[in-house]
Design a protein around this ligand. Structure first.
Ligand SMILES: [Zn+2]
Length: 373
């Protein structure tokens, strides 16, 4: 990749815990934008109070768009029919899960719906749909498909109370400035006994343990919080949802393909790194590799999980336990500052709802890992 000259990096900001606002923390590793070489070095921390791992030193909100370049959403190489098959399969899995929870004719809210690929498929399956999408261009594209969309952030959307059978966040929660607050807003719009489905990378999966600070799920600085199963479960509980179960819908092979691609990009001559990246991401390889990774995810606990949680009665006591991440992350502190950024961002104000430029829900599944080269 070639890049224009770095954009003038505005100073990073330092934030307290996005969930509980506690400032006390354990510093974790520093990291830079490994995939797009955006400017700056940022640092993670684990909250001393609630245990959440978050990007403590992060780009200022106005600078966040610089980290979502136009090629944020990428395509694998290989036959087009196979890409359509991947996309259709991912949508089918999502719709099947949600339709099973919502029941025939159920009402579904997709938060961060992008251009509406999932909602379009859900409607085709007989569900009643609505979306929230802060990126104006994406919201407009969803509306053009006849999808009702609140074109704002979820905390500002005038959502009806207790109206939806299922709310979904597909690879969105890790991009939110205040995920705990936003999930409370979502909870208010879900019927008691209704459901929440959240897909996100988690720290305690086998890929995260294997790759540690080089795990692509960090996706610095686009992922502002990185949950573990326990911190996600407690965040859901605090918002009013009781975890039902974890499942794996995403093509987790891509996390490993991306991890190897990034390591190669940093250590090998670029033609070799590009060739390796091509081989790892070529669609037939993905097709063959993914069943193995599904087995590994189920046996060892994968890093790209889908949490299924049920809305509890508003009166119920849903205080979570006091658990931390339980995952040590090595502090290597090596984030060198020679980013040659490509400050031509097309992102929106809060770094959410990017990608999906051609109305393809598959892309959003993969953007959690910034993947699909
Ligand atoms: Zn906290």
């Amino acid at each position: 990749m070639t890049h224009p000259a770095p954009a003038p990096a505005s100073s990073p900001i330092t934030v307290p815990c996005p969930a509980c606002r506690t400032d006390a923390h354990t510093p974790l590793h520093a990291a830079r934008d490994r995939w797009f070489d955006g400017p700056g070095t940022f640092r993670y921390a684990r909250c001393a109070s609630c245990g959440l791992t978050y990007l403590r030193e992060r780009p200022a909100p106005a600078a966040m768009a610089d980290y979502y370049p136009p090629d944020y959403v990428r395509r694998g190489k290989g036959p087009a029919w196979l890409l359509r098959w991947f996309r259709a399969r991912d949508l089918r899995r999502r719709v099947a899960l949600v339709r099973g929870l919502a029941g025939a004719g159920g009402r579904v809210l997709d938060v961060g719906c992008a251009t509406g690929a999932f909602l379009h498929a859900a409607r085709t399956a007989g569900l009643v749909i609505a979306g929230v999408e802060p990126a104006p261009w994406a919201a407009e594209a969803a509306r053009a498909r006849g999808i009702p969309v609140w074109s704002t952030t979820v905390d500002r959307a005038d959502l009806p109370a207790a109206a939806f059978d299922v709310a979904t966040l597909w690879d969105v929660v890790e991009h939110l400035d205040h995920p705990a607050d936003d999930l409370r807003h979502v909870a208010a719009s879900v019927k008691p006994g209704g459901w929440l489905v959240v897909t996100t990378p988690v720290l305690d999966g086998w890929e995260a343990r294997l790759w540690r600070t080089r795990w692509p799920g960090w996706d610095t600085p686009r992922h502002l919080v990185v949950f573990s199963r326990s911190t996600l479960e407690r965040t859901l509980a605090d918002a009013g949802f009781r975890l039902s179960h974890w499942t794996y819908l995403s093509e987790s092979y891509l996390l490993t393909a991306l991890a190897i691609s990034l390591a190669a990009k940093e250590r090998l001559p670029s033609p070799i790194a590009r060739g390796l990246r091509f081989v790892l991401h070529v669609r037939p390889v993905r097709l063959v590799a993914q069943p193995l990774f599904r087995l590994l995810d189920r046996a060892l606990g994968g890093s790209w999980v889908t949490a299924v949680a049920q809305r509890v009665d508003a009166d119920a006591d849903n205080a979570g336990g006091d658990v931390g991440d339980g995952v040590g992350v090595g502090v290597d502190g090596n984030g060198n500052g020679n980013g040659n950024g490509n400050g031509n961002g097309n992102g929106n104000g809060n770094g959410n709802g990017n990608g999906d430029g051609d109305g393809d829900g598959d892309d959003r599944a993969h953007r959690a890992a910034g993947s699909e080269g």
